[in-house]
Design a binder for this molecule. Structure first.
Ligand code: ADP
Ligand code: MG
Length: 248
């Protein structure tokens, strides 16, 4: 579904991502770990197509199509949706107005807003005066309404209190997994996701398929997400860097 091939990116003339290779198969949920400043957000912003992230090498392939040079709105139409780490305030634009453009037909906006405890925010300026948790819930509501096939989620749990984490975590799980549990197995919806997590907390709510560690603009390793998280907890990111150096 998503293939990032040998991607190098510059922002403001500075190289931020270097030869990044990463993929997400259809129906898979992959997580991206990494220290502050590693380039995690830059990677998601580049996949979405935000301006200022200049691809100097490599390709972004989505559903077998090269989207490296497509404008952001075309990528959204093709089914990519993002929850950014720091979304802007949009005074004068209500969530309800935005949904007139972005909502998939047959979406019950009122019900989704109620489930995320966002009903009273539908007629307010987007993110204006919202708390950290409210911003994350607003971003998630926007995605739930848009129904993308690839979810790019940038630290959905950061700056969120425990009650909101549960709401956000459960909603993400519901959007990505099928509700049916059969013989202990949870069946997936065919939705894919790439989720940045600093703390790994989101892993309590979703079943991730693969984890990647990004450090210094480069993928250090990939593997079982829970094992990677344990390694990070035990050795910090220094362990990954040593491991990478031993391999090369
Ligand atoms: P992470 O999400 O892993 O914490 P970011 O992707 O936000 O890291 O940032 C990676 C690096 O790119 C940082 O050094 C950051 O300062 C730099 N950077 C990100 N956006 C910009 C920008 N618009 N202009 C200049 N530098 C930027
Ligand atoms: Mg970030």
């Amino acid at each position: 579904m998503l293939e990032i091939k040998n991607l190098s990116v510059e922002v403001g003339g500075r190289r931020i991502l270097n030869d990044v290779n990463l993929s997400v198969e259809r129906g898979h949920i992959n997580v991206l770990f990494g220290p502050n400043g590693a380039g995690k957000s830059a990677l998601l912003m580049t996949v979405m197509g935000f301006s200022g992230y200049n691809v100097v090498e490599g390709q972004i392939i989505f559903n077998d199509e090269d989207i490296t040079n497509l404008p952001i709105n075309e990528r959204a139409k093709k089914g990519i949706g993002i929850m950014t780490q720091r979304p802007p305030n949009m005074p004068g634009i209500k969530l309800r107005d935005l949904f007139k453009i972005t909502a998939k037909e047959s979406i019950d906006i009122e019900k989704l807003a109620e489930e995320l405890d966002m009903s009273r925010f539908l007629d307010r300026g987007i993110n204006v005066g919202f708390s950290g948790g409210e911003i994350k819930r607003s971003e998630l509501l926007q995605l739930a309404v848009q129904q993308p096939s690839l979810y790019l989620l940038d630290e959905p749990e950061s700056g969120v209190d425990l009650v909101s984490i549960e709401k956000v975590g459960n909603k993400i799980s519901e959007l990505l997994h099928k509700d049916i549990k059969c013989a202990g197995e949870r069946y997936k919806k065919g939705k894919s996701a790439l989720i940045i997590t600093h703390t790994g907390q989101i892993l309590d709510y979703i079943e991730a398929d693969r984890g990647y560690i990004l450090s210094n603009g480069t993928i250090m390793c990939s593997g079982n997400p829970r094992e990677l998280l344990n390694e990070i907890k035990n050795q910090g990111y220094g362990g990954c860097i040593r491991c990478k150096m031993m391999q090369s």
